[in-house]
Design a protein around this ligand. Structure first.
Ligand code: ZN
Length: 290
């Protein structure tokens, strides 16, 4: 983590030491901001974990990350509890850092109760997406009984589910790849400017093909719930002239890999749909660790 703390800036520019923006009671240091500041203490202690971070020693950035990843207090707890705590710690640091910057740069008012509520919302959303990803295997049966029978297919290789979210000129594409045992291989998101939901869906499809290409998967099927794109691919025909550039890019990519693109009902595309909506709200881009 790289933070341009006031302390550092003060040293660089020869100014006086800056005080913490959230409490004005101590120098603006990482250990203070994330553990010792009364603002943050109330978030840690007010959470379900009820951690007294003010009793911890001063930690630098590296030690802080290490403490969040393997808290000695949870040494005897099971892996899932440790994982939840790490997620909580990471989200707290992110939200506190943003609250601090809001005060520092924009003169916002920061309220620890609101920040804790934001933290809990992010974690609830993440857990919901995770649960849907786990439950995704349930709908493969229905997928096989509808779309695949219609296509008279048997799917053996990697499946890539693609979907996109769009609103107000911004889109997020999400792809979920699964092996033949339905285990998740990749979760990838990308947020970008877009002119329409159709453009965002096309971008998701393109990402799916690029993933297949990048991994050199020889047997790969892509599932999209966007009929317009699936038909365009089947016929290799541009569907909208405004998106001709994207259509041609997709067709061109498809000529380089052995991959089939199928339409699937949205109900059978839950994992990519949930991932796209979640990543859209957080404006995320990049692969997620599994
Ligand atoms: Zn403070």
């Amino acid at each position: 983590m790289l933070f341009q703390q006031g302390e550092r800036l003060g040293q660089v520019f020869g100014g006086t030491r800056m005080q913490c923006c959230l409490c004005s009671e101590a120098p603006d240091l990482i250990s203070h901001l994330f553990f010792q500041c009364p603002f943050t203490i109330s978030i840690w202690f007010g959470s379900k974990w009820q951690v007294r971070t003010d009793s911890l020693p001063n930690l630098d950035g590296r030690e802080l990350v290490s403490w969040i990843l393997s808290t000695p207090q949870l040494a005897h707890c099971d892996t899932e509890v440790k994982r939840q705590f790490t997620l909580f710690g990471a989200v707290v640091c992110d939200k506190v850092w943003k609250a601090r910057n809001g005060v520092f740069y924009n003169g916002d008012n920061a309220d620890p109760r609101i920040v804790l509520s934001q933290v809990n919302t992010v974690i609830a959303e993440f857990t919901s997406v995770e649960n849907q990803l786990v439950g995704d295997s349930n709908h493969v049966g229905s997928l096989e009984s509808t779309n695949l029978q219609r296509h008279n297919l048997s799917i053996n290789g990697v499946r890539i589910y693609v979907d996109a979210a769009f609103k107000n000129g911004r889109g997020t594409a999400a792809i979920v790849s699964r092996d033949s045992n339905n285990r998740i291989l990749d979760l990838v998101t990308d947020s970008f400017e877009a002119s329409s939901p159709l453009e965002a869906e096309g971008h998701a499809l393109k990402m799916g093909i690029q993933l297949c290409q990048g991994r050199n998967w020889e047997e790969c099927s892509i599932f999209s719930d966007c009929q317009v794109w699936v038909k365009a691919v089947e016929r290799r025909k541009v569907h909208t002239w405004q998106l001709a550039w994207l259509c041609l890019s997709v067709f061109n990519l498809l000529s380089t890999v052995h991959v089939n693109v199928y339409w699937t009902p949205r109900v059978c595309n839950k994992s990519a749909h949930a991932l796209a909506n979640w990543a859209f709200r957080l404006n995320l881009s990049g692969p997620l660790s599994i």
